[in-house]
Design a protein around this ligand. Structure first.
Ligand code: GRF
Length: 224
């Protein structure tokens, strides 16, 4: 894939909030840890703090304000138009808090990845840290996965496992999980731009080997 091309892989990052994962990926690109370049950071929220952080990194930014569209379909058509202006090789959902239409997901099949703060398939949806605490889980974590038409349901690429401590609350747990997000997301993006990752018939492959349901699972010791 990209390894045969002279130009860095073109990455579009979609955000809704603070953009800390976008920054982690951008820094990895800027440090030349991978042959990739963020060609645009796009938000559905014009005031997303992450857009300012992207500008500070001299990245191109844009927004498609979802409140201006009557339907999810109309929003996605406009989002697609904005994304495609940048001819991306990879679209990264980094805290993008919108449910995408099947048309959107199909269009970018195999080149659309998301980060979700749980050990998927556990705790799809929101409030994952509270749910892990309420269940009394001893381990929690974060997953990067390919996006399929099922919400938080595409095949896993990589997970980081984070131990739950006796005195954890949702906030302390979130801080430790997010530290791992910033480690594993750039790794997954690097693998993609190196052509080592693919999605075939709904399964994720790494170096032509089907990945287990968890994806490649790392614990903090192995990635710190
Ligand atoms: C992250 O916790 C991610 O797991 C979730 O949304 C959050 C985004 O944070 N999907 P940030 O905008 O990257 O700081």
């Amino acid at each position: 894939m990209k390894s045969e091309q002279a130009e860095p892989a073109r990455i579009v990052v979609l955000i809704s909030g603070s953009g800390s994962n976008m920054v982690a990926i951008a820094k990895s690109c800027l440090k030349k840890e991978m042959d990739g370049e963020i060609v645009a950071v796009i938000s559905n929220r014009p005031n997303a703090a992450g857009l300012e952080r992207a500008k500070e990194l001299k990245l191109a930014t844009d927004f498609v304000d979802h409140t201006e569209f009557a339907t999810r379909e109309e929003f996605d058509v406009n989002l697609i138009r904005t994304i495609d202006e940048h001819s991306p090789d990879l679209i990264v959902l980094a805290g993008f808090m919108r449910i995408l239409t099947p048309d959107f997901v199909r269009r970018y099949k195999g080149k659309l990845v998301n980060i979700h703060p749980s050990l998927l398939p556990k705790y799809k949806g929101l409030n994952t840290h509270n749910r892990a605490l309420e269940a009394g889980d001893k381990e929690h974590g974060v997953t990067v996965h390919f996006v399929s038409e099922d919400l938080d349901g595409g095949p896993n690429i990589i997970q980081a496992v984070v131990p739950v401590l006796d005195d954890d609350n949702a906030q302390t747990l979130q801080v430790r999980v997010q530290a791992q997000e910033h480690v594993i997301f750039p790794i997954a993006v690097k693998w993609f731009v190196e052509g080592r990752l693919s999605m075939i018939k709904g399964d994720a492959y790494f170096d032509n080997q089907a990945l287990p349901e968890t994806g490649l699972q790392l614990n903090p010791e192995s990635i710190s």
